[in-house]
Design a protein around this ligand. Structure first.
Ligand code: SF4
Length: 121
Protein backbone atom coordinates (compact mmCIF):
# COMPACT_ATOMS: atom_id res chain seq x y z
CA UNK A 1 0.00 0.00 0.00
CA UNK A 2 1.35 3.34 -1.05
CA UNK A 3 0.08 6.83 -1.17
CA UNK A 4 1.08 8.92 -4.15
CA UNK A 5 -0.17 11.52 -6.55
CA UNK A 6 -2.58 10.14 -9.19
CA UNK A 7 -0.22 11.10 -12.04
CA UNK A 8 2.47 8.89 -10.48
CA UNK A 9 0.21 5.81 -10.68
CA UNK A 10 0.54 5.97 -14.46
CA UNK A 11 4.30 6.27 -14.52
CA UNK A 12 7.16 3.99 -13.67
CA UNK A 13 7.90 2.43 -11.26
CA UNK A 14 4.19 1.87 -10.54
CA UNK A 15 2.85 1.18 -14.03
CA UNK A 16 1.30 -2.30 -14.16
CA UNK A 17 1.99 -2.95 -10.46
CA UNK A 18 -0.90 -1.12 -8.83
CA UNK A 19 -3.90 -3.46 -8.49
CA UNK A 20 -6.28 -0.95 -6.93
CA UNK A 21 -6.38 2.81 -6.63
CA UNK A 22 -8.85 5.18 -5.13
CA UNK A 23 -8.77 8.96 -5.25
CA UNK A 24 -9.51 10.20 -1.74
CA UNK A 25 -8.64 13.85 -2.24
CA UNK A 26 -6.16 15.89 -0.30
CA UNK A 27 -5.84 15.85 3.45
CA UNK A 28 -4.63 18.89 5.37
CA UNK A 29 -3.55 16.83 8.29
CA UNK A 30 -0.55 14.51 8.45
CA UNK A 31 -1.50 13.05 11.82
CA UNK A 32 -4.36 11.01 13.17
CA UNK A 33 -6.90 12.06 10.53
CA UNK A 34 -4.63 10.78 7.80
CA UNK A 35 -3.97 7.46 9.57
CA UNK A 36 -7.68 6.95 10.34
CA UNK A 37 -8.57 7.58 6.69
CA UNK A 38 -5.90 5.14 5.53
CA UNK A 39 -7.16 2.40 7.88
CA UNK A 40 -10.76 2.99 6.77
CA UNK A 41 -9.84 2.77 3.08
CA UNK A 42 -7.73 -0.38 3.59
CA UNK A 43 -10.65 -2.08 5.31
CA UNK A 44 -13.20 -0.93 2.75
CA UNK A 45 -11.02 -2.29 -0.07
CA UNK A 46 -10.56 -5.61 1.76
CA UNK A 47 -14.30 -6.07 2.26
CA UNK A 48 -14.90 -5.15 -1.39
CA UNK A 49 -12.87 -8.34 -2.07
CA UNK A 50 -9.84 -6.47 -3.42
CA UNK A 51 -6.89 -8.82 -2.91
CA UNK A 52 -4.76 -6.77 -0.56
CA UNK A 53 -2.88 -7.63 2.62
CA UNK A 54 -2.21 -5.14 5.35
CA UNK A 55 -1.52 -5.42 9.08
CA UNK A 56 -4.57 -3.23 9.82
CA UNK A 57 -6.62 -6.18 8.52
CA UNK A 58 -4.85 -8.74 10.69
CA UNK A 59 -6.20 -10.13 13.96
CA UNK A 60 -2.75 -9.82 15.55
CA UNK A 61 -2.22 -6.10 15.11
CA UNK A 62 -2.24 -3.51 17.87
CA UNK A 63 -1.21 0.12 17.88
CA UNK A 64 2.47 0.92 17.63
CA UNK A 65 4.02 4.35 17.43
CA UNK A 66 4.06 6.92 14.65
CA UNK A 67 7.05 5.66 12.63
CA UNK A 68 6.02 2.02 13.09
CA UNK A 69 2.26 2.25 13.61
CA UNK A 70 1.68 -1.48 14.13
CA UNK A 71 2.56 -3.49 17.19
CA UNK A 72 2.37 -7.14 16.15
CA UNK A 73 1.05 -9.26 19.03
CA UNK A 74 2.40 -12.49 17.57
CA UNK A 75 5.93 -11.32 16.66
CA UNK A 76 5.92 -8.89 19.61
CA UNK A 77 7.54 -6.06 17.69
CA UNK A 78 6.63 -2.85 15.91
CA UNK A 79 6.46 -2.59 12.15
CA UNK A 80 4.76 -0.75 9.32
CA UNK A 81 1.46 -2.04 8.00
CA UNK A 82 2.88 -3.35 4.71
CA UNK A 83 4.72 -6.18 6.50
CA UNK A 84 1.51 -8.19 6.06
CA UNK A 85 2.24 -8.56 2.34
CA UNK A 86 4.90 -11.17 3.15
CA UNK A 87 3.89 -12.35 6.61
CA UNK A 88 3.31 -16.06 7.17
CA UNK A 89 1.13 -15.44 10.24
CA UNK A 90 -1.30 -13.05 8.56
CA UNK A 91 -4.92 -13.75 9.54
CA UNK A 92 -7.41 -11.27 8.15
CA UNK A 93 -10.58 -10.21 9.93
CA UNK A 94 -13.74 -11.79 8.58
CA UNK A 95 -15.99 -8.77 8.95
CA UNK A 96 -16.00 -5.05 9.65
CA UNK A 97 -17.60 -5.83 13.03
CA UNK A 98 -14.52 -7.92 13.95
CA UNK A 99 -12.26 -5.00 12.94
CA UNK A 100 -14.24 -2.59 15.08
CA UNK A 101 -14.26 -4.93 18.08
CA UNK A 102 -10.47 -5.42 17.83
CA UNK A 103 -10.02 -1.63 17.56
CA UNK A 104 -12.15 -1.11 20.66
CA UNK A 105 -10.05 -3.66 22.60
CA UNK A 106 -6.79 -2.11 21.37
CA UNK A 107 -7.99 1.37 22.46
CA UNK A 108 -9.05 0.01 25.84
CA UNK A 109 -5.64 -1.64 26.30
CA UNK A 110 -3.89 1.63 25.36
CA UNK A 111 -5.97 3.60 27.86
CA UNK A 112 -5.13 1.16 30.67
CA UNK A 113 -1.43 0.78 29.90
CA UNK A 114 -0.31 4.04 28.34
CA UNK A 115 2.64 5.60 30.14
CA UNK A 116 2.48 8.81 28.12
CA UNK A 117 0.56 11.68 29.65
CA UNK A 118 0.18 15.22 28.45
CA UNK A 119 2.35 16.29 31.38
CA UNK A 120 5.22 14.26 29.86
CA UNK A 121 5.64 16.58 26.87
S1 SF4 B 1 1.01 -11.39 12.23
FE1 SF4 B 1 1.99 -10.49 10.44
S2 SF4 B 1 0.33 -9.53 9.33
FE2 SF4 B 1 -0.39 -9.89 11.40
S3 SF4 B 1 0.03 -7.96 12.52
FE3 SF4 B 1 1.75 -9.35 12.78
S4 SF4 B 1 3.23 -8.75 11.19
FE4 SF4 B 1 1.22 -7.95 10.61
Amino acid sequence: MLDFLPKDALNPPFRGKVIYTEVIGFLDDYGFERVDKYIKKVREAHFKKIKIRNCYLCRYHAKGEYEDPIFCKTYRKQCDSNVASECDRYRAFGSMAECEEAERKNDEFDRKHSRITFDSF
